[in-house]
Design a protein around this ligand. Structure first.
Ligand SMILES: Cc1cc2nc3c(=O)[nH]c(=O)nc-3n(C[C@H](O)[C@H](O)[C@H](O)COP(=O)(O)OP(=O)(O)OC[C@H]3O[C@@H](n4cnc5c(N)ncnc54)[C@H](O)[C@@H]3O)c2cc1C
Length: 395
């Protein structure tokens, strides 16, 4: 296992650092101050497109895959390092950025060629900021995704979707939403299927941007599906996937690739807290206090350990090797230490933190979600404990 950061990777990280300082942090602070998501027509998103961001990693019809083993900048390890760097400057802005986002892995892995062209094609060279999103969570089903109650019923050449989703990132601005529904609730996860629901489809509506304590830069939105008719061609993977009952495995595949990314986000946010804490402690003359130095060292050490675990989890993906344990461990470790760092930072600020205008206070609010998304800390520990004693994962 080798995590050498070569020249090309170093340059990409330097670019990200420059962008973070000049663009990402300021736009994230603006959204937090105004307590609302960055509007879709914000000039920041235009500039993202001009820089070539917001494009799908799907190479396009008949194209050769872009990734080669020798290209270090196209590895998962590189993506994770960039995710850490971006989140150092503002994790909410990272999610707000245009692009396919979370469902991209599902569509590349499971979509038919026709679906890739239809739904990923517009993201190859987008003419305007475009978003997509992944909708699993419901008011009654979060951790226990087997409990989703959004139903899908076949109706001739269409599917009829009925249900409600909540806390879905970028939903109201998405060109299409990958909606997870059940064809038979008695089947649990084996009954899950995913559907491309295009914005403007009759029956899709009731969009409501949820109130959030942090990560204000992007919208988390609830919506409803009422007799929402989608063409049979919009079933992810086509009719064949319906017969194979492969729906749930695809969703969990995304989560496994996603957990190290959330860990990387958490490490980036923890690092930002550490740097701000050091600056504050230095300016307030607190560095002479051995207790303060001890806490700073504890956080620095744990953040480095968390980074090593997420790098290993990502490296295993690059090697196309299973990473269930490492993916869960990376997220559980990184979210915990990042929250601890933010809590310590707030303690040190004292009354300054209570005023609500210090970056550490913002990070304290932002970081909590790292413990929740893509499986809470408790759920990661359940996954690891079952893996440790060689119990099968639940399905
Ligand atoms: C900022 C943010 C963005 C999000 N974005 C998306 C998105 O884009 N798409 C999407 O589909 N979802 C999204 N979600 C939803 C997220 O995936 C869920 O919040 C998460 O799965 C937890 O579900 P829940 O909130 O219903 O909590 P619950 O599942 O109700 O859990 C509540 C508490 O009980 C604990 N718990 C639950 N089951 C067990 C158990 N068996 N054993 C021990 N403890 C347990 C949990 O750990 C938690 O502490 C987002 C959430 C947030 C906060």
């Amino acid at each position: 296992m080798e995590f050498l950061i070569d020249k090309a990777m170093h340059e990409r990280l330097e670019q990200a650092r420059h962008l973070g300082r000049t663009e990402v942090r300021p736009v994230g602070l603006e959204a937090d101050h105004l307590s609302r998501p960055i509007p879709p027509n914000h000039a920041y998103f235009r500039r993202c497109l001009e820089r070539g961001e917001g494009r799908t990693r799907w190479p396009g019809p008949n194209a050769k895959p872009r990734q080669t083993a020798s290209d270090s900048t196209h590895t998962i390890v590189m993506q994770l390092l960039l995710a850490e760097e971006f989140s150092y400057w503002d994790r909410g802005v990272g999610v707000a950025n245009p692009g396919v986002g979370l469902p991209e892995g599902n569509v590349i892995a499971m979509g038919t060629e026709e679906q890739k062209e239809r739904f990923l094609g517009p993201f190859l060279n987008p003419d305007r900021p475009r978003w997509a999103c992944f909708a699993m969570t419901e008011p009654g089903a979060g951790s226990d995704v087997a409990g989703i109650r959004t139903t899908a019923r076949k109706d001739g050449d269409f599917w009829l979707l009925n249900g409600a989703k909540c806390f879905i990132g970028n939903a109201s601005r998405a060109d299409w939403i990958l909606v997870w529904a059940t064809v038979d609730p008695s089947l649990g996860r084996a009954g899950h299927r995913a559907f491309f629901v295009e914005q403007g489809t009759p029956g899709l509506g009731g969009f409501k941007i949820e109130k959030k304590m942090g990560l204000k830069a992007y919208e988390s939105t609830s919506f409803t599906l009422e007799d929402c008719r989608v063409p049979a061609a919009n079933l992810l993977g086509g009719e064949e996937s319906y017969q194979r009952r492969a729906g749930f495995k695809s969703a969990m595949g995304t989560f496994n690739a996603g957990r190290p990314a959330i860990a990387a986000n958490a490490v980036g946010m923890g690092r930002a807290v550490l740097d701000e804490s050091l600056t504050f402690a230095r300016e307030a003359g607190l560095l002479g206090d051995a207790r303060v130095r001890d806490r700073l060292e504890h956080i620095a050490r744990k953040l480095r350990l968390a980074r090593l675990i997420y790098l290993r989890a990502g490296w295993l993906v690059d090697q196309q090797r299973p990473n269930v344990m490492e993916a869960s461990m990376s997220k559980a470790a990184a979210a915990t230490i990042a929250q601890e760092a933010a809590s310590f930072g707030m303690e040190m600020l004292g009354a300054v933190g209570a005023r609500g205008d210090h970056l550490i206070e913002k990070l304290y609010r932002d970081v909590k979600a790292m413990d929740i998304v893509e499986g809470t800390g408790q759920i990661q520990r359940i996954v690891m404990a079952r893996h440790l004693v060689q119990l099968p994962s639940r399905d």
